[in-house]
Design a protein around this ligand. Structure first.
Ligand code: TMO
Length: 328
């Protein structure tokens, strides 16, 4: 065949396929610009972020990762220095999330099926020592049991490195407790393990879905039910003078957030992010692969991708796969 014949065939192919592709939205990847996925500091997020990155990589996108705490991530998302947060928890992040949405700095990329709760929690053996648990008023009466050198003469509540109004709640509910926080999220489990070995009373921050529930039976403290007014109107609730006389949401949502420019810069990646959906069981499984089975975050993500191809391939919209089909 002559060279010009090759050119004719190429031109013919373009004639056949160009209308087909232009009739559809452009396929992935629309841009080589790396999509930066946020890594926070708790296990399920660290695995889920990598799973998300791997799904996008399978579509041909360049993916990078940015380490930020959940408190520090908003500025980075707003500036477009990072682009995806896969686990926005209602209990710890709803206020900042809403503020960023209202400011037009981020977009809501949808809600996972998982129902979440983040709250004061104790291992089950504590119940025998403090009758009336999980009611908060029982805890209030048992504060002596939780005295620790770090908080004496008050009972210790051990919080995580995520901003929570625990001191305000303790004050509003008149509890003889002092909240201290660990520096690293994983330190919570070091302290829990130590206390459990000694069967020593402890009340600390925990959440669900998490791997902890599979290893340590326990319960969340039942504070007065959450209501948005509890955080804005002192008159609401049992204490008319103070805010925060309530617990965290008991049926919290779990959302995905994206940089506002993501839908235009990488439309197919954004649509895929909207479809990414984890249940309670899936999230607990991701976390236990690391914290119970001892895999690295990367190995857990690789294993999940290999075991669940039928799930994640369905998150990729079919029109985003046009490019691939045309090449095949
Ligand atoms: C956001 N977190 C699950 C640590 O509470």
């Amino acid at each position: 065949m002559t060279l010009s014949c090759h050119k004719w065939i190429a031109a013919l192919l373009i004639l056949i396929f160009a209308p087909l592709t232009s009739a559809n939205k452009p396929a992935a990847p629309e841009s080589d610009k790396p999509i930066q996925v946020l890594l926070n500091d708790w296990t399920s997020q660290l695995v889920l972020a990598r799973v998300t990155g791997q799904v996008l990589q399978s579509m041909g996108y360049n993916v990078g990762y940015v380490n930020k705490t959940s408190n520090a991530q908003w500025g980075s998302l707003k500036l477009g220095l990072s682009h995806i947060q896969v686990e926005v928890w209602e209990g710890t992040m709803s206020k900042m999330f809403q503020r960023m949405i209202d400011a037009g700095a981020i977009v809501d990329a949808g809600t996972h099926d998982a129902i979440t709760r983040e709250e004061w929690w104790y291992p089950l053996y504590v119940e025998e020592l403090c009758p009336g648990l999980p009611d908060w008023q029982a805890l209030k009466k048992c504060s002596d049991l939780f005295v620790d050198p770090r908080t004496a003469p008050q009972g210790m509540y051990l919080g995580g490195p995520w901003e929570k109004p625990d001191a305000a709640r303790i004050r509003a509910l008149g509890m003889d407790f002092k909240a201290i926080t660990v520096e690293q999220g994983d330190d919570l489990w070091v302290e829990l393990k130590r206390a459990a070995i000694e069967q020593r009373p402890i009340v600390l921050f925990n959440w669900t879905p998490n791997w902890v529930e599979a290893k340590y039976p326990g319960r969340f403290i039942e504070f007065p039910d959450y209501h948005p007014d509890c955080e804005t109107k002192p008159s609401w609730g049992t204490n008319p003078r103070f805010l925060h006389d309530c617990g965290n949401p008991k049926q919290g949502w779990l959302k995905k957030a994206a940089w506002k420019g993501m839908p235009d810069t990488w439309p197919c990646a954004y649509e895929t992010l909207q479809n990414i959906n984890f249940s309670n069981a899936m999230i607990a499984e991701l976390a236990s692969m690391v914290d119970v089975d001892g895999l690295s975050y990367e190995a857990a993500s690789d294993k999940w991708m290999a075991d669940n191809q039928t799930i994640w391939s369905q998150w990729i919209p079919s029109h985003c796969q046009v490019e691939q089909q045309r090449i095949q």
